[in-house]
Design a protein around this ligand. Structure first.
Ligand SMILES: Nc1nc2c(c(=O)[nH]1)N[C@H]1C(S)=C(S)[C@@H](COP(=O)(O)O)O[C@H]1N2
Ligand SMILES: [Mo]
Length: 309
C-alpha cells in the first residue's frame, strides 16, 4: 500500500478551503482505515496524495466531493448515475500496470506506483462537461500526459493516441452487458494528447481516485465532452490511423472523434448551448471549448467544427 505523508504540503496555502476540509475528513478516514488494518478489517482504499497547486485552475467553485463521487458515468459498472458508486468496489486498482506501446521507440509497461512517480503531482481544478448536459468542477491530481508520451519517444509515424480501459467482467460487472463493445476505447490526435492541459490523473480532492472515478489512472481532457476522458486505463497506444472509439462504434452519428465542447453544435438528442452545473439551480451557458478556447483553439484553426464534431 502506498502512503505519502502529507507533511511536506501546506494544503491551506495551495488549495481552496473546501478542498482542504475534504482532505482532512479523508485523512481522518484513512487513520480509521489503518486502525481497521490492525483489527483485521478491510483496508481503506483511498490514500492521501500530496500535490502542488498548478496554475491550471478555474475559479469556479469545486463541486462537492460527495457529488463528484456519487453521480458518475462509468458503464463498466452500470448505466445509471448511482451505479458506479454502488458497484465499483469490485475493481482492484492495485496491483495495476499500464502498457504504453505502438508507434514509440521505447514501448514499456509501468507499475502504477512507478508511473505516479514519473513527474511531480499537481492539483488542477478543471471543468468537466458531460454531453448529456451536466457539468462539474473537479480538483484533479496528476501530471501532463505529455510527460509520459515523451518518455517512450513517439516515432515519426505516430499521429494519434488510443486509450484502452481495463477489460475484466469479473471486476467490471457491467461488461456482461453489451451496451458498448468492451473494452472502452477513446482517442486523441497526438497534438491534443501532447497539449499540457491533457492530464494523466491519479487522484482527486487530495486522495487517490475513487474506483467510480476511474482508479487507478485516467485521462482528463477538459475542453472535450466527458466521455473522451477514459477511466481505469490499461493500455495507451500510439497509432498512425485515427482509432475507432467505443462511442463512435456504437453510434457514429451521435459521437464524433473530436467531441470538443461546442455550444453551437448540438448533439442529435441534446442541445449543447446550456448546462446544469451539479449543485446549481439555474442553467449556465456552455462555453466554447468548455472555457479553454484561449489555450486550445489553435489546435483546430481552419477546421470545420460541424464536420469534425
Ligand atoms: N472507461 C470508461 N471511461 C469513462 C466512461 C465510461 O463509461 N467508461 N464514461 C465517461 C463519461 S460519459 C463521463 S461524463 C466521465 C465522467 O467522469 P466522472 O465520473 O469522474 O465525473 O467519464 C468518462 N470516462
Ligand atoms: Mo458523459
Amino acid at each position: 500500500m502506498l502512503i505519502k505523508r502529507p507533511d511536506d504540503i501546506a494544503p491551506s496555502e495551495i488549495t481552496p478551503a473546501e478542498v482542504y476540509r475534504a482532505r482532512r475528513q479523508f485523512m481522518q478516514g484513512a487513520a480509521a482505515g489503518a486502525a481497521g488494518l490492525l483489527l483485521g478489517l478491510p483496508e481503506a482504499e483511498a490514500v492521501p496524495l500530496a500535490a502542488t497547486a498548478s496554475p491550471y485552475r478555474v475559479s469556479d467553485a469545486p463541486t462537492p466531493f460527495k457529488a463528484v463521487t456519487s453521480y458518475n458515468n462509468f458503464y463498466e459498472f452500470g448505466v445509471n448515475k448511482d451505479d458506479p458508486a454502488a458497484n465499483a468496489q469490485s475493481l482492484r486498482p492495485r496491483p495495476w500496470s499500464v502498457r504504453i506501446e505502438g508507434e514509440v521507440l521505447k514501448p514499456r509497461s509501468f507499475d502504477i506506483d512507478n508511473l505516479m512517480k514519473l513527474a511531480p503531482l499537481e492539483e488542477r481544478v478543471y471543468r468537466l462537461r458531460c454531453v448529456e448536459g451536466w457539468s462539474m468542477v473537479i480538483p484533479w491530481i496528476g501530471f501532463s500526459l505529455a510527460t509520459l508520451l515523451k518518455q517512450v519517444e513517439p516515432t515519426g509515424n505516430a499521429k494519434f493516441v488510443e486509450f484502452v480501459s481495463l477489460k475484466d467482467p469479473q471486476q467490471m460487472p457491467g461488461q456482461r452487458d453489451n451496451v458498448l463493445d468492451w473494452p472502452y476505447r477513446e482517442g486523441l490526435r497526438l497534438d491534443e494528447a501532447m497539449h499540457p492541459l491533457t492530464l494523466l490523473a491519479f487522484g482527486l480532492y487530495g486522495q487517490t481516485l475513487p474506483n467510480q472515478n476511474g482508479a487507478p489512472v485516467r485521462i482528463v481532457v477538459p475542453w472535450k465532452y466527458g466521455f473522451k476522458s477514459a477511466k481505469s486505463i490499461a493500455t495507451i497506444r500510439l497509432t498512425k490511423e485515427q482509432p475507432l472509439t467505443a462511442w463512435m462504434q456504437a453510434n457514429p452519428r451521435e459521437y464524433g472523434f473530436y467531441s470538443n465542447v461546442n455550444p453551437t453544435v448540438d448533439h442529435p438528442r441534446w442541445s449543447q448551448a446550456k448546462e446544469r452545473r451539479i449543485g446549481e439551480f439555474f442553467k449556465r451557458d456552455t462555453l466554447m471549448f468548455n472555457g479553454y478556447a484561449d489555450q486550445v483553439g489553435k489546435l483546430y484553426a481552419g477546421m470545420d467544427l460541424r464536420k469534425y464534431f
